[in-house]
Every structure is written in C-alpha cells, then in structure tokens.
Design a protein around this ligand. Structure first.
Ligand code: NAP
Length: 462
C-alpha cells in the first residue's frame, strides 16, 4: 500500500447527493487515492440535523452542525447544501482559507458565480462544478477544457429532467399536463412546488453557466430569456407531432454574427486598453450571443428528439469539431455524485501538483442581445372564421410584419361555442425576428378575422 499524502476533505450537506458522495468516498477510498495520488480523508459532514435518517449508512461521528470549524484546515471543501446562503458564505470561507472547492450549486453559480470565481482567482484556488449543469453528464469539462481551442457556435440543451419527463409523457402517451406533473411528484422527479422546473428557472440557471463557459463571457442570470412549459397542452403536442416535430424545453445558447450595434447586458469592458479593444474587434467583431430557455419544436430526426423520460442531453455545435452530443442522467443522487467525485479527484491532483488554479475565461466579453433581436422559425396556430378572404387577410398581415410563410395547413373544426364554422390554421414561417413576430401576432389577434391565437412556438435545430 502506497503511503500517500493525506488531504482533508470536508463535506457540507448529506442529502440526496451528499450522502452518496460520502458513501462512495468511504467505499472506494483506496482506489480514489491511487487515481488522485493522495489519500482523501473525509474529516466531517456538516448538516442541519445530525440525527436525521440518511440514504446511505454513514458513521455517526462524522456529522456536525458546525460547518465553519469543519472548513478551517480542510484541503478540499465540497458544498452540497444547495441554496444561496449559507452556501455562499461557506464557499468563500473555504476559498479564503486556502481550500479548493467543489460544488453542484447551479443556483449559487448562476447568481454569484463571478464573485466566487474572483475570490478563487485572488488566492489561486480553483472552483470545480461539473455537477452544476446536467448532473452526471460531463459537459463543464468538455466546454472548459476539451473545446477550449475551438469556437462554439451553438448549444441546445435539454437540461431539466422533470420537464422532459412531463413533455415526453404528453407526447408518447397523450397524457395531460397536470396529471403528469402529479405523477412526476409521486415518483420524486418533481418537487412538491414544481415552479423552478416547469417555469424554466432551473434550466435558465444551467443555461447561464453553459453559455458563460462556451462563449468566454460572463452571462448574468437576468440576461437569460426564460419561458416555461405551463402553456403547452395536448393540442400543441398533437400539432407538433402532426408537423413532424416534438416539443422540448430547450436551453439555447447561440453565437450571433453581424450584431455590431447589439446592446450589451453582460459585464462592462471598462478598463480595457484601446489596443485590446482593437484586437477584440478583430477577433469578435460584430459578434454577440443570445441565451434563452423556452419550449420549442424540434424535428423528430434531430438527436435531441430522442431524449426520453427524465434524461438530459446537451447538443454542441462547434466550428471545427462539428456536432457533439452529451447524453445521460441529469439528476439523481448517486448519478450526480459521480460528477462530484470526479471533481474531488481533480481537486486532489491539483492540490498535490501545486500551482495556481485555472480561472474562468470570460475575456471575450461578448454583448448579450435581448430576445427581441433573436431570429428563429415559428409555428403559429390560429383559429379563424372559416369564410372566403380570411386566409388572404392573415397572409397580408404576416407579410406586412416581415414574417414570411413557409407552410400553411388548414383544418375545419367543430367549435360549438362560437356558432360559426371555424378553421384552424397552422402556419410555419421562415426565419423571422422575434420582435417582428410578436408585433405581427398582436396585429393578427386584433384583426377581427382571428378568433383565437392558439399557440406560437419557435422551431429550433435546423
Ligand atoms: P438536499 O437533499 O436538500 O440536501 C441538502 C443537505 O444540505 C442536507 O443534508 C441538509 O442537512 C444540508 N443543509 C442544508 N442547509 C444547511 C445548513 N444551513 N447548514 C448545514 N447543512 C445544511 O439537496 P441535494 O438534492 O443533495 O442537492 C445538493 C446540491 O446539489 C444542490 O445545489 C443541488 O442543486 C445540486 N444538485 C442536485 C441534484 C440532485 O439530483 N439532487 C442534481 C444536480 C445538482 P439536513 O440533512 O440535516 O437537513
């Protein structure tokens, strides 16, 4: 047995993920020591209630409520408590006391990432967060390291398992939104309050993290456009299927060209020298980014369409590498623990090798465009009065609004409430600017020929 140097590992939190991390650290300690080149000694686990039952069998003497004492003297601190405070204070304490830190806390990184990364930079420590986006799926390291020499054009991610489970059940079994939510809660896929998932907040946090890495730009959470899936009903799912699509909640992070006058919502360029600004203009001239989360139609042939159940997938389009897809479990205690343990081994290796940590690369500092400037294709579903001339009126309003029609499908439907024959129009558009599209939809709604705007969905992935 090799006599490795001992590294003191402090764990904050022993819930779904933390209890699995502790169990695996204890179970595979020797093997992990061989990989890390250091013995990883779990010196304590901070929780709120040391006597609460745990998902794994862990020695009672490791538990404490005194997180601050545990952090002092630790070489590696693993934060798996979740939430903003006290997680943020503990992470900063750990960094300032010379530890490397591992966290899975997307909420914290999406809202206070720059402060935490700056603190780590100041002392040469490193922050590891592979589990903070898409759980067990390795996506942080591929973006941060493997693709560091490439230019990412676009990321489309299914990064929230709960919403994918809901939409998938609606698509494959014709299930109702509220029934599936209740079932997902019973199975433990959805929280008692599902708002963070179904309204897209969780996916938006992950989008901010992925876009920051992919585009070397600080992406604040407020710059991520967010829409949830609560308006998606059976009809929208059926209409999508009929047109050859499936609806997915997508996190889309996109590099846009020719956006010279894009107004930045990202970090400021204050302090950059004119020379640096010239070089930047040459490297990134006219480029900007868009980061958005919304339910979108994706063609059934696209690899993301075959992501079923609560699985996650991240589809990356890079200039040189082409298309890459990362797929697997986006959550789950033991699955997420795998990503955390990988980070612990990396942190241990760096600790042994010495030297300063690698900071976050945010120098591209690209402007982030508001949603109104984004260009996509759309599927607009309208209910209109079924009489001559209506289609021509609708086409005229779309054309005036700079929204060009690609396909139209008309079905006469039986609508007893209206007392007049009603036709349902499903209009596929060519690429249009979001602002033009939404102004045009408002004009259609007010036109007198449209009984109801049933849905307006973006089409992504082609
Ligand atoms: P969890 O089950 O709610 O566990 C939280 C743990 O933190 C509990 O052990 C709790 O102690 C402890 N804790 C909370 N507040 C504390 C405080 N003020 N002082 C001391 N201990 C405190 O959370 P989780 O699901 O494991 O998630 C942990 C992190 O991983 C979160 O950031 C989450 O977003 C992220 N994550 C989770 C998953 C997943 O599948 N669960 C996937 C990816 C990322 P008690 O047990 O005594 O209450």
């Amino acid at each position: 047995m090799i006599d490795y140097r001992r590294l003191r590992v402090a764990l904050l939190g022993a819930g779904a993920v933390g209890s699995q991390v502790a169990a695996l650290l204890l179970k595979h300690g020797d093997e992990l020591a061989d990989r890390a080149g250091a013995a990883l000694e779990l010196v304590g686990i901070a929780v709120r209630d040391p006597d609460a039952p745990r998902e794994t069998d862990l020695p009672r003497e490791l538990f404490t409520t005194d997180a601050e004492s545990l952090i002092i003297g630790a070489d590696i601190v693993i934060e798996l408590m979740g939430g903003i405070e006290p997680a943020k204070t503990y992470l900063l304490q750990a960094i300032n006391s010379g530890a490397d830190v591992v966290t899975a806390n997307k909420a914290l990184l999406a809202t206070h990432g720059p402060e935490i990364f700056d603190a780590a930079d100041q002392v040469g420590a490193q922050v590891y967060y592979e589990a903070a986006a898409a759980g067990a799926i390795p996506i942080i390291r591929p973006l941060r390291d493997s693709l560091a020499g490439d230019r990412v054009r676009r990321i489309m991610g299914i990064v929230n398992g709960t919403t994918n489970y809901i939409l998938d059940r609606m698509d494959t079994e014709g299930a109702d939104f509220s029934d599936v939510v209740a079932e997902a809660q019973a199975l433990g896929y959805a929280e008692a309050d599902p708002t963070a998932d179904v309204e897209g907040y969780d996916a938006a946090q992950k989008a901010a993290i992925l876009a920051s890495l992919a585009f070397h730009t600080t992406v604040p959470l407020h710059a991520v456009h967010r829409e949830g899936i609560t308006s998606i009903d059976k009809f929208a799912i059926d209409a999508a299927r009929h047109a050859g699509y499936v609806i997915k909640l997508l996190a889309v992070c996109e590099r846009l060209e020719n956006e010279t006058d894009a107004s930045s919502t990202g970090a400021s360029r204050n302090g950059a020298s004119p020379l640096l600004d010239d070089r930047r203009a040459a490297a990134y001239g006219g480029e900007a980014i868009s980061v958005r989360v919304y339910p979108a139609l994706i063609h059934r042939d696209h690899p993301l369409a075959s992501v079923h159940g609560a699985n996650n997938a991240v589809f990356v389009e890079a200039e040189a590498a082409g298309n890459l897809m990362f797929y697997g479990a986006g959550a789950g205690g033991v699955q997420t623990a795998s990503a955390v343990l990988g980070d612990i081994v990396s942190a241990a290796r760096r600790h042994i090798a010495g030297g300063v940590g690698v900071g976050e690369s945010t120098r591209a500092n690209l402007p982030i465009v508001p949603i109104g400037r984004v260009t996509t294709r759309y599927q607009i579903t309208l209910e209109v009065e079924d009489r001559p001339g209506v289609l021509a009126t609708v086409a005229g309003i779309l054309s005036e609004g700079r929204v060009s029609i690609a396909t139209v499908e008309q079905t006469v439907i039986d609508h007893p409430d209206l007392g007049v024959p009603v036709a349902r129009l499903v209009i596929g558009t060519h690429k249009a600017r979001e602002q033009d599209l939404s102004d045009t939809v408002d004009r259609l709604a007010a036109s007198g020929v449209v009984e109801r705007v049933v849905s307006v969905l973006r089409v992504e992935g082609d």
